[in-house]
Design a protein around this ligand. Structure first.
Ligand code: PLP
Length: 392
């Protein structure tokens, strides 16, 4: 017996391996300062949990429609459309088990083997994995550090489009860099998509995780609604990472395929969790603003302490819950040129656990600076201060 050959092309989210290494180090009596996972150590709001319990008690425990219950699709259409200033019909909304399946189903729907998809690198590692697993070529585009933060290298995006390119993945409010596009950059990506007739996956997982300014969706630009799939998730905004609830907003022909794929893959998203989703969207939003307040304070502490460490520097991001410091000089100070070694030394010497640039896509030739990602969503401010103090 053999396993399928295509598994050779399957990647993964290696941040989970960092979590295992940290847990192992912790189990040997060491204090761990967990900056590695984009999970949230703030519980789901009580009114959302109550709605979930009520739904279970009310018997919402059987199968339901593959595209999601109509009440949730309606609430999502209203919320997502309203926040982005676009018209969303409930028929365009397909409920899924989190945001991640939207990536897989998007690739399965728009790409044939041998075709190319552009994706951000460093970026969420599942893009690269799913494109290659499904027989495509994952074509990276990068972000350039500038005086005004990280900017998409638009010249590289332009140069990378070929007659085999079918889609571009765009993640504004970006993981791991926390980069944000200017309106001009967003328009430039939209213009390229229209000019070359490309699909766009707009990964909006962090759309509401913002401390300053306003988020905008590429789907709201002229000519984009018919070619854009929005990835929406309850994971971050409502601290519901383990409940697995999200959706795609897609043009009708794509939404219909997604719904059929859901029926093939999961039958439906967990029925009672969907009722909790309605409460999350329509109930009090106080817990969301409270959480953003806590995260903002953690962000400020993280950036202040990172910038106090000789050889590390970072700008204060306006969104997400990640910082992506340049650690090139700090690595020289501790005498290593290898990011993996640097992270291991940090864990063993101080208990501080983090992912590095290497966990976010294959390194692109020509990169000469080294970066790590610190996620402050899963660690209290007192531990942030203690951990980064030790790291310094
Ligand atoms: N997209 C990005 C950019 C993410 O960072 C994540 C999770 O970390 C996801 C998608 C997937 O989120 P979910 O937990 O909803 O599957």
């Amino acid at each position: 017996m053999t396993l399928a050959r295509r598994l050779e092309r399957l990647g993964t989210e290696t941040a989970f391996a960092v979590a295992l290494a940290a847990a192992d180090w912790g189990s040997r009596g060491n204090t761990i300062y967990p900056f590695h996972l984009g999970d949230i150590n703030i519980p789901t709001a009580p009114h959302i949990v109550e709605a979930m319990n009520r739904a279970i008690a009310d018997g919402k425990t059987g199968y339901c429609p593959g595209a999601g219950i109509p009440e949730l699709r309606e609430a999502l259409a209203e919320d997502i459309g309203g926040q982005r200033g676009i018209e969303v019909d409930p028929g365009n909304v397909v409920v899924m088990t989190g945001g991640k399946p939207v990536i897989t189903k998007f690739i399965q729907t728009v790409m044939d083997p041998g075709q190319e998809v552009l994706y951000p690198n460093p970026g969420f590692p599942i893009y690269e994995s799913q494109i290659e697993y499904h027989g495509g070529t994952a074509v990276p585009y990068r972000y350039l550090p500038t005086e005004d933060g990280f900017r998409i290298d638009l010249d590289q995006v332009r140069a990378a489009i070929t007659d085999r390119t079918v889609a571009i993945i765009y993640n504004d409010l970006q993981n791991p860099i926390s980069a944000e596009s200017t309106p001009e950059e967003r328009q430039a990506i939209a213009d390229l998509a229209v000019e070359h007739d490309l699909w766009v996956l707009s990964d909006e997982a962090y759309f509401e995780m913002r401390y300053e300014g306003e988020s905008s969706s590429i789907a709201a630009l002229p000519g984009m609604a018919e070619r854009t799939v929005i990835l929406y998730t309850f994971s971050k905004k409502f601290a519901m990472t383990g409940s697995r609830l999200g959706c795609a907003v897609a043009p009708p022909e794509v939404a219909s395929v997604f719904s059929t794929l859901n029926t093939n893959d999961e039958s439906c998203t967990t029925h009672y969790v969907q009722w909790a989703g309605i409460e999350a969207l329509r109930g009090s939003q106080q817990s969301v603003s409270d959480m953003l307040g806590v995260l903002r304070s953690r962000r400020d502490a993280t950036c202040e302490l990172v910038n106090a460490i000789p050889g590390m520097s970072v700008e204060v991001p306006r969104s997400t819950f990640y910082v992506f410091p340049d650690v090139t000089e700090a690595m020289e100070r501790v005498g290593t040129a290898d990011l993996g070694d640097f992270a291991e030394q940090a864990l063993h010497a101080t208990g501080v656990s983090f992912c590095t640039r290497r966990h976010f896509g294959r390194p692109v030739p020509g990169e000469d600076r080294h970066y790590i990602r610190l996620a402050y969503s899963g660690i209290d401010e007192s531990a942030i201060r203690e951990g980064l103090g030790r790291l310094g």
